[in-house]
Each structure stands twice: as structure tokens, then as C-alpha cells.
Design a protein around this ligand. Structure first.
Ligand SMILES: [Zn+2]
Length: 178
């Protein structure tokens, strides 16, 4: 199921392991551009390729834009978490693929991520205790078939899935969080 170009849970495409990108072709560049456009159109701060139905390891993130003028997402190709803290911190997360709800999820509060950019430079991103830190982990999860639901404890998961069903029934759209 797709709404406004975004694949919605429980679409099976969100539960697949995505393929690493072996070559940065014009098609990959176009995909990155499409993802930037879809993320902006839906008001997201991060988007992973499977969320628009492409099962490859590509992510775009911009946690700080306020308008089209300052919108300039990072493009992460084959991102890998190379370091993470043992300390966990909870935060409230939303997902364009799970509109209408937010979930409290505990994750490491510091990560270091390595990824290639569109010029095939190996980039290193360090984040601690902020939205960027959460977003990096949330989007990388998408590349391995994990959504917010899989990060919740079983009791929380049932509750969140019920809330989500109600949100869908109300007509929640990508970008709605509640
Ligand atoms: Zn998501």
C-alpha cells in the first residue's frame, strides 16, 4: 500500500533486507533525488529507499531544514553503524511509513556511522543525544527490514499496532504524527 508515494506498513517491502549499492549509476543519483523530493513533500527528516519501494541501501537525512531554501539532505549509501554507546536513551519517534502515531523507542544515545556519498567518498557521521542520532539509527533499520514496531517490546507493539490501525481508519497520511 502506498499513500502520497510512500510505502505504508505493513507492506512486505518494509520487511526486506535491502541490497548494498555496488556502483553509483545515474539511476542511483535519480533515486536519491526522488527520495529528497518525496521526503520534502511529506515533511520528513529521514527517508530510506524501501519507503518508496526500492530495496537498496540508500538513505537521505535532513533534521534541520525549515524551508526549501535550506533543505540539503545528506545522502548515505550503504550506511553502517561502526560504533555505538552502551547507554540507551528513549525518544519519541515517528515514521512516514507508519502515519498517525509516534512510539517511544530506546536506542544507543551515541553512534558513529560510515557511508558513501554520491561522489563515492567514504563519509563519517557522529551523533550524540539528538534527533540526528535517532534518525540515523531509524533509517538504517529500514535497510534491514526493521520498522519502529520491531523495536518495541511485545506489549508496546500490540498497543502501537492498534493505535496505528485506528490512525489509518481516520485517514492518517505520511507526515502525520500524534
Ligand atoms: Zn521510518
Amino acid at each position: 500500500m502506498e499513500v502520497n508515494g510512500i510505502v505504508l506498513s505493513p507492506d512486505p517491502r518494509l520487511r526486506q533486507e535491502c541490497a548494498p549499492i555496488e556502483e553509483i549509476t545515474p539511476q542511483i543519483e535519480q533515486l536519491a533525488q526522488r527520495m529528497k523530493d518525496e521526503m520534502f513533500a511529506n515533511g520528513g527528516c529521514g527517508l530510506a529507499a524501501p519507503q518508496i519501494g526500492e530495496l537498496v541501501q540508500l538513505v537521505v537525512i535532513d533534521v534541520s531544514y525549515t524551508s526549501r531554501e535550506d533543505y540539503d539532505p545528506f545522502v548515505l549509501i550503504n550506511p553502517v553503524i561502526v560504533e555505538q554507546s552502551d547507554t540507551l536513551a528513549p525518544s519519541s519517534e515517528g515514521c512516514l511509513s507508519i502515519p498517525g502515531i509516534s512510539c517511544e523507542i530506546e536506542r544507543p544515545d551515541r553512534v558513529v556511522v560510515e557511508a558513501y556519498d554520491l561522489d563515492a567518498n567514504l563519509m563519517r557521521y557522529e551523533a550524540e543525544g539528538d534527533l540526528f542520532c535517532v534518525c540515523l539509527q531509524h533509517e538504517i533499520d529500514h535497510l534491514h527490514g526493521m520498522t519502529m514496531f520491531e523495536r518495541l517490546k511485545p506489549a508496546q507493539r500490540v498497543h502501537a499496532m492498534c493505535q496505528y490501525q485506528e490512525a489509518l481508519a481516520r485517514g492518517a497520511k505520511p507526515g502525520d504524527t500524534e
